[in-house]
Design a protein around this ligand. Structure first.
Ligand code: G3I
Length: 403
């Protein structure tokens, strides 16, 4: 019935199969490269009028621009510090206000708080007339080594209260805003998978399974905001998350889940004032739909919330190695994204996650396959402006004046 497969036939079949797979991969690779090359427009104009800084261009439209800053760099890198003061109106410690990033960690021991780094960054900001924002009070990452063995369902509430009252209380009246809770909604792809498995799309199922959820239940978010507002009634309180930017099933699912969370919090009277959109963008991503993003921003604004772009950068991980082409595509990504989000009046602040390629998290977390230095930020490693700077400047110049 079945023709006996001879050894020879099997070898021919296998070779044919490998060749077919290889050809498919080469074809897909070719097409994805073509899609990325199509993102480049050497003729695109990035001209900027005048000599104003990003801070000045933002301010004339009632906006604020700023950046994340790592420990020590303010006093170890004078060119960086000089650029920050010239270009930024607001700073956010990239590490210093997390529970635990070594050397020095904010929470080295359960009953020890080391504010030395934050105090210095705050003093710098105040001395230079800059604002400072806090990142972040409740997150599932950068928790101390002692956390797992020390915190349990009996003491978690008390430890959360102690953290917020001590940290927020110390800087009460001096912080522009706080990322009270960071990344509490599940990864978009998991939300899509749950939808396909007909798991009910509600708050309980949308929440990321973090230690805080396990220890305090799904009301931990409301609790954290209420504690923070009590500790500093003057600060703008923010829910911060990522994966909200693109026209993909995952990002669409996450936008819906975040909106559901915000509606739930507002309905309970939670003292939340803004959504933080991290905006870690990908220069090679072609699924960007301005209308869909604007619609989401309008929905958030309709809840009476402001919107802050809190961690903006553009990874060039998948771009070709040519530096001028990379800079053009990255700049176009910045301008397309910012011209979209700044068309929503509720967007008040744009913060890049670093200002110079010299200090980007992407060097460690999303290195390029060709090992070339990444170029995600407005300034290069020598603090020279790049096309990305022009793109951000143009977006501020073309933004509508905030009332
Ligand atoms: O400084 C220590 C070093 O002494 C030690 O030898 C080394 C060994 O692990 O760790 C070093 O600290 C690392 C630090 O980055 C500096 O590289 C931490 O382990 C590492 O966890 C930390 O990563 C940071 C990450 O958040 C986790 O806190 C990134 O720099 C920071 O850019 C990133 O920022 C996050 C936002 O907070 C939330 N949104 C996403 C964003 C990017 O992941």
């Amino acid at each position: 019935m079945f023709k006996k497969i001879t050894r020879r036939n099997f070898i021919w079949f296998s070779l044919g199969f490998v060749a077919a797979v290889g050809t498919t991969k080469v074809t897909l690779n070719y097409h994805s490269k073509q899609k990325i090359l199509a993102l480049d427009n050497p003729a695109k104009d990035f001209t900027v009028i005048g000599t104003s800084s990003l801070k000045e261009r933002a301010a004339v439209k009632g906006l604020m621009y700023g950046t994340a800053i790592r420990n020590h760099h303010l006093w170890e890198d004078s060119k960086l510090a000089e650029t920050l003061v010239k270009e930024c109106q607001i700073l956010v410690p990239e590490w210093a206000l997390k529970w635990y990033i070594p050397n020095p960690a904010l929470r080295p021991e359960p009953n020890i708080f080391d504010f030395s780094e934050v105090d210095k960054i705050l003093a710098f900001a105040q001395n230079k007339g800059l604002q400072l924002r806090g990142h972040t009070l409740v997150w599932h990452e950068s928790l101390p080594p002692w956390f797992q063995d020390t915190v349990n369902s009996n003491n978690a509430q008390q430890i959360l209260e102690q953290h917020i009252n001590t940290v927020v209380g110390r800087y009460a009246g001096k912080m522009h805003s706080w990322d009270v809770v960071n990344e509490a909604i599940n990864e978009g792809y998991l939300l899509v998978r749950e939808q396909k498995n007909n798991i009910p799309n509600n708050l309980k199922n949308n929440l990321r399974k973090t230690p805080w959820l396990e220890l305090l239940g799904d009301n931990y978010i409301d609790k954290a905001f209420r504690l923070t507002h009590q500790a500093d009634p003057t600060a703008t309180l923010v829910y911060n998350d990522y994966g909200l930017d693109y026209d993909t099933d995952a990002d669409e699912a996450k936008r819906n889940a975040v909106l559901n969370l915000l509606e739930n919090l507002k309905s309970k009277g939670t003292p939340i004032h803004a959504l933080g959109i991290q905006a870690h963008l990908d220069a090679s991503e072609t699924n960007f739909n301005p209308d869909k993003l604007r619609s989401f921003l309008r929905d958030v604004a309709s809840l009476g919330l402001k919107i802050m772009i809190t961690e903006l950068d553009v990874t060039d991980e998948k771009l070709p190695s040519d530096i001028e082409m990379r800079d053009r595509i990255i700049a176009k990504t910045y301008e397309d994204y910012l011209s979209t989000v700044l068309s929503e009046p509720a967007v008040t602040t744009v913060i890049t996650w670093g200002i110079s390629d010299k200090y980007s998290w992407l060097s460690d977390f999303k290195p390029r396959p060709d090992k070339a230095a990444v170029r995600p930020l407005p300034f290069d490693a020598n603090m020279n402006r790049k096309l990305g700077w022009n793109a951000i400047a143009r977006a501020f110049d073309n933004a509508r004046l905030r009332s």
